[in-house]
Design a binder for this molecule. Structure first.
Ligand code: COA
Length: 180
């Protein structure tokens, strides 16, 4: 299901037809994205994006998460996703990226906020988690802005090409969520 964020921004579940434009975005933003995303160097062509989209569609079919294209004024500029849906424990986890020159406008905070509303109000889950590298200040600012609690730190939680980074775990519970 697509999610309307505001008059300029919407989240559309990724489909195969998005693969060429998504690959072009990633290719044009390699330097920006590879700083905190470990899969950029392994993304060598549209076929890799098609595999990602196939995996995303499968998770969607299994009701185990999905990925959304982040669309701004009719143009795809990033991705936001639910990594999984844990229906036993009523929780999920969010990840995201946006192209370099669309940062700094609050677009991702608005998109994540809309996704959280969907998770709590429409899916009925109870907990959302976001994990960010300690050094990833722009990413950490998103859960901090949205009222998440810093719950802990995971040592060497992610391998980024030639080094590990520690992760900060942020959590938000349904009864803490303030509707904007
Ligand atoms: C992490 C990432 C998505 C953050 O993007 P972003 O544009 O900073 O996030 P937002 O859309 O929420 O924008 C916040 C910025 O917009 C500004 N802003 C403007 N209007 C705003 C509004 N209405 N609401 C919130 N922020 C607003 C904020 O002041 C902030 O600016 P600052 O960075 O100069 O302090 C982006 O840096 C990225 O894709 N990085 C590479 C991939 C990555 O690290 N992914 C996360 C892995 S955990």
């Amino acid at each position: 299901m697509d999610l309307i964020v505001n008059k300029n921004v919407k989240l559309k579940e990724v489909e195969m037809e998005d693969a060429p434009s998504l690959y072009a975005l990633i290719h044009a933003n390699r330097g920006h994205l590879r700083r905190f995303l470990g899969w950029i160097d392994a993304t060598e062509g549209t076929a890799d994006i098609e595999m990602f989209i196939a995996g995303s569609r499968q998770r969607r079919m299994m009701q185990n998460g999905t990925d959304y294209g982040l669309w701004y004024k009719g143009r795809i500029i990033g991705v936001v996703g639910l990594h999984y849906m844990d229906w036993i424990n009523h929780c999920t986890s969010i990840g995201y990226w946006i192209i370099e020159n669309m940062q700094g406008k609050g677009i991702m905070t608005a998109a994540v906020s809309r996704l959280i509303r969907y998770v709590f109000d429409e899916l009925g889950l109870n907990r959302v988690e976001i994990r960010c590298a300690v050094e990833n200040e722009k990413s950490r600012a998103i859960p901090e802005r949205l009222g998440f609690t810093r719950e802990g730190q995971i040592r060497q939680g992610e391998w980024l090409y030639d080094h590990y980074v520690d992760h900060i775990v942020y959590g938000l519970l349904k009864n803490e969520w303030r509707r904007a």
